[in-house]
Ligand binder design. Structure first.
Ligand SMILES: N[C@@H](CCC(=O)N[C@@H](CS)C(=O)NCC(=O)O)C(=O)O
Length: 222
């Protein structure tokens, strides 16, 4: 078997899409290096190798991968036991929910950026509709499906982590009506692969970022 080069993950500290790849690597105990950049000052070397100018990138030897879902599937297929189901239909469904998780991440980000209450409430209501679909899909054992950690868990854990921080800060919990999602969050946040997937001062940095934006969320928090 050919030896795989140790991957280098090009990252931004607050990015939920980067965090998915970190979670997968920690879960699979993959040795990796992480290299942080500032998105407000993207270095030329990064722009030269990132087709969309976005993180994450995974550098493997001379090669570069982009798109977090693709990166996670590459990591999954290259290391250890697969985190996707064997059954083809079930596997396709997991991929669909991973795609869905991106829209949830984006909605959560928009919540932190909304300036006016009306916009904020509209985004919140759209997010709640999406979460209602997710609630129907997720199992009630603390994982997305069954009792093992899958790529869907990796994909949603960053959203679940941020939802807890926002709930603590504002007193409004986007998951409060969803019993299974609450259980899922509690379990995800107890796992080492999730807990260790962010920098030590992540919560502070995350709160700082939306305070700087000074949107409606800040009014809720104060
Ligand atoms: N679909 C991409 C989304 C990645 C993404 O949106 N990354 C953000 C940071 S969280 C980014 O790099 N934004 C920089 C920009 O758009 O200029 C993925 O899943 O990897």
């Amino acid at each position: 078997m050919s030896k795989i080069d140790q991957p280098i993950l090009v990252s931004f500290k607050l990015c939920p899409f980067v965090q998915r790849a970190v979670i997968t690597m920690l879960h699979k105990k993959i040795d990796y290096t992480i290299e942080y950049i500032e998105l407000s000052k993207k270095p030329d070397w990064f722009l030269n190798i990132s087709p969309l100018g976005k993180v994450p990138l995974l550098r493997v030897g001379e090669e570069v991968l982009f798109e977090s879902a693709v990166i996670n599937e590459y990591l999954d297929e290259s290391y250890g036991e697969s985190m996707l189901p064997k059954d083809l239909l079930e596997k396709a469904q997991h991929r669909a929910w991973i795609e869905f998780s991106s829209s949830i991440n984006n909605a959560q980000h928009q919540l932190t950026q909304a300036r006016r209450e009306q916009t904020f409430r509209q985004i919140q209501s759209d997010l709640a509709k999406k979460l209602a679909h997710l609630e129907q899909q997720v199992d009630d054992k603390g994982y997305f499906s069954g009792d093992s950690f899958s790529l869907v868990d990796s994909a949603f854990a960053p959203f679940l982590m941020r939802s807890q921080i926002l709930a603590d800060e504002t007193g409004e919990d986007s998951l409060e009506d969803f019993r299974k999602l609450l259980k899922w969050r509690e379990n995800m946040l107890s796992l080492d692969a999730v807990k260790n997937s962010v920098v030590e001062d992540f919560e502070e940095l995350y709160n700082e970022a939306y305070y700087e934006r000074d949107g409606y969320l800040v009014q809720l928090a104060s």
